[in-house]
Design a protein around this ligand. Structure first.
Ligand code: ATP
Ligand code: MG
Length: 424
């Protein structure tokens, strides 16, 4: 059973129950009202008879005094058969009851007289019954029409209420069938369904962006991987031919080794970036100055041609030490790579910040906003080895910790800054 049919049925049942309840109440009230009128008439007759005593077929102190308001309107006093209920009425009490005598439906008032005897007055119920029949007929007719109308309305309401959901379903089905994430649904209003549509669109947008980013990463990566692979392949082919002189063989092997190193780094950088958001940070209390000191020490050992100058204040952060080390190391690598020999590189740590200032060529203004992009390399840097992933990793690392990575450049060099939240 479709949800629409269910909704229709539920609405229709709710309305039918309401209409039936209201009809029943109406019926009870009408019946009560009409019988009340009859009872009033009976009371008046009873008091007239009790005071006059004249129209009685027998004396008041005998077993009973029976009056009948006959269907023809004659109220002069026909004897009535005493019903058991009328017989049971105690002196000083009055009871009203419905009874059928000789095929006629009557309302009876039975009063127990003091000290003895009974006064029974009856009124024909035929007009009341007829009126009640008519009322019942109309209640059923109007109620029935009401319920039928309600069912039709319910179907209409259900269809209207579910229209936005049908649109969403259609959009979801299109996405599922075509894999086209640029699909969007029209958003109408800001009610629950409007918000659902907005969220649905937002979800598609996020998916589209992330799938796009993945595709670009894969495309860029395969492009970048090709260069060192081709170089290594060429060297291996030359070596296999075996016609190279001894020293050139050595050279080709060295070159191949360098290409394989580049390849290894590239692959590990790519894996790092591809892990992106799903990476689980191993957050711990990290003494930032100690961490930077050890990274600087290693960088200095690898690059004796530059001089690192450090100014490290004690500062602690909550961070993943491995990721953080990698980011700082990338900054130092860049500083070394883009500095002339013999240059100074100043590394400062203070209150959750790591600042790396070099005295290299700086970065052109048009490149500055893009250096943190994956695979972006300024034209000036293309002669140096690298894939353009180092700073992308720096930024991801900083942002994964809720921090920022920024770059400033001046004629005297470039200054990179990683700022992590402190305290907390
Ligand atoms: P990789 O780090 O992947 O080996 P890379 O160093 O070229 O390659 P990034 O570290 O991402 O890539 O840097 C991107 C670009 O920013 C560099 O190609 C270079 O143009 C510029 N850049 C980065 N650091 C400096 C710096 N200290 N001085 C001048 N230019 C820099
Ligand atoms: Mg780099």
């Amino acid at each position: 059973m479709s949800f629409r049919v269910k909704l229709t049925l539920l609405i229709a049942v709710a309305i039918a129950v309401t209409v039936s309840g209201a009809s029943f109440a109406l019926w009870v009230v009408a019946k009560h009202q009409l019988l009340g009128q009859v009872d009033q008439t009976l009371q008046q007759q009873a008091s007239v008879i009790a005071h006059s005593g004249g129209h009685s077929p027998g004396p008041l102190d005998q077993t009973g005094l029976y009056y009948l308001s006959a269907p023809d309107g004659d109220t002069t006093g026909q004897p009535l058969l005493l019903t058991n209920d009328a017989r049971a009425v105690k002196p000083g009490h009055v009871s009203y009851l419905n009874t059928t005598i000789h095929g006629y439906h009557f309302r009876e008032l039975a009063a127990g007289l003091v000290p003895t005897g009974r006064l029974v007055v009856a009124e024909d119920l035929a007009p009341t019954d007829k009126a009640l029949d008519r009322i019942r007929f109309w209640i059923f007719l109007i109620g029935g029409i009401g319920v039928a109308l309600a069912a039709a309305l319910a179907a209409f309401v259900a269809a209207a209420a579910l229209r936005p959901i049908r649109r969403l379903t259609a959009a979801a089905e299109t996405v599922a069938a075509t894999g086209n994430l640029s699909e969007r649904v029209a958003v109408a209003g800001d009610d629950e369904l409007g918000r659902l549509a907005t969220r649905f669109n937002a979800m598609l947008a996020v998916l589209e962006r992330s799938v796009g980013a993945q595709r670009r990463l894969v495309a860029d990566a395969s492009h970048e991987l090709r260069t060192p692979l081709t170089a290594a392949r060429t060297n291996v082919d030359l070596l296999r031919e075996g016609r190279l002189p001894e020293d050139e063989q050595r050279h080709a092997l060295d070159e191949t080794s360098v290409e394989l190193d580049a390849l290894t780094r590239l692959v590990s950088d790519l894996v790092e970036l591809a892990r992106g958001e799903e990476r689980q940070l191993r957050i711990e209390d990290v003494q930032l100055d100690d961490l930077v000191a050890s990274v600087v020490e290693r960088a200095q050992a690898r690059a004796p041609q530059v001089t690192f100058v450090t100014a490290l204040s004690r500062t602690q952060v909550h961070a993943d030490p491995i990721l953080l080390e990698r980011a700082v190391s990338n900054l130092l690598d860049n500083a070394v790579k883009y500095s002339p020999d013999g240059a100074r590189i100043e590394v400062t740590v203070r209150r959750g910040e790591v600042i790396v200032q070099d005295h290299g060529p700086g970065i052109a203004a048009e490149d500055l906003p893009r250096v943190f992009d994956r695979f972006y390399r300024a034209a000036a840097a293309r002669s140096k080895p690298g894939a353009g992933l180092g700073l992308a990793i720096v930024r991801e690392a900083a942002e994964a910790h809720g921090g920022t990575a920024t770059a400033e450049t001046s004629s005297s060099g470039t200054r990179f800054r990683i700022a992590l939240p402190v305290g907390a």
